[in-house]
Design a protein around this ligand. Structure first.
Ligand code: ZN
Length: 198
C-alpha cells in the first residue's frame, strides 16, 4: 500500500541523508509524526535558514555563524601558519585536537577531473594571494590520504614550491585511503605534530 503523499515526501527527503535507506527513512518519518508541533516547526525553521545563517568566511572559507570569523579575527591565532584543508568540516576535526593555533584555508575540494575539479577549479591564485598578503611562513597540507588528496598535494607542492614558505603535510599515522573525517582525534593529533616537510 502506498503511503499518503505528505509521508511519502518526508521519506523521500530523509533518504537524501547519507546512510539512510528506505527502511530507516520510514522509521524516522513515523517517529517524527509523534513529535511535538513545536519541535517539527523548529526543525523546519532551522533547515530553511541553514544556508543563510551559516556563511563561509570570505577570507578562509571556514563556516561561521557570526559576522566575524573565529580564526581570521582572533588576535591570539598565529597568522603566519596556514593549514590547507579541502572541506570546512575538516577544520572542526583539527580544532578538536587543540594543537593547531594557526589559520586555515579551505580549498574548493580535492583535484578530481572526473568530478569536474581540475587545476583551474582549485582557485590557486586566491590562495597564493593570501599567502603573500599575510606573509605566511609555514603551510601545512591537511588533505585526505587518498588518490585525490595525493594529487592535490602534488599540485600544491609544485605551485607553492615557487614561494618562500615552509611546506609540510600530515603523514604519520594517516592510514592510506583515509579521509580526515574518519580519523580519530589521537591519530590526527599525531599526524599534525609529526608533519613532514614535502
Ligand atoms: Zn576566516
Amino acid at each position: 500500500m502506498k503511503y499518503p503523499i505528505p509521508l511519502q515526501k518526508l521519506i523521500t527527503l530523509l533518504k537524501k541523508i547519507p546512510g539512510v535507506g528506505q527502511r530507516t527513512a520510514e522509521r524516522y518519518a513515523f517517529q517524527m509524526i509523534q513529535w511535538k508541533e513545536s519541535d517539527l516547526s523548529n526543525l523546519a525553521y532551522t533547515l530553511a535558514n541553514l544556508k543563510n545563517d551559516l556563511t563561509p568566511c570570505p577570507e578562509c572559507g571556514a563556516l561561521k555563524d557570526e559576522l566575524k570569523c573565529p580564526f581570521c579575527n582572533d588576535p591570539k591565532r598565529d597568522k603566519k601558519t596556514l593549514c590547507i584543508v579541502s572541506s570546512p568540516k575538516d577544520i572542526f576535526a583539527i580544532e578538536n585536537t587543540s594543537i593547531f593555533n594557526g589559520i586555515y584555508h579551505v580549498m574548493p575540494g580535492l583535484l578530481s577531473p572526473i568530478d569536474g575539479l581540475g587545476p583551474e577549479e582549485m582557485k590557486f591564485e586566491t590562495l597564493k594571494q593570501r599567502i603573500e598578503t599575510l606573509h605566511i611562513r609555514e603551510v601545512i597540507l591537511a588533505l585526505d590520504s587518498t588518490v585525490e588528496g595525493d594529487a592535490t598535494a602534488l599540485f600544491l607542492k609544485r605551485e607553492l614550491g615557487k614561494l618562500d614558505v615552509l611546506l609540510s603535510r600530515l603523514a604519520l599515522g594517516m592510514p592510506l585511503g583515509s579521509s580526515l573525517d574518519f580519523i580519530d582525534e589521537g591519530t590526527l593529533s599525531q599526524a599534525l605534530s609529526a608533519r613532514l616537510p614535502i
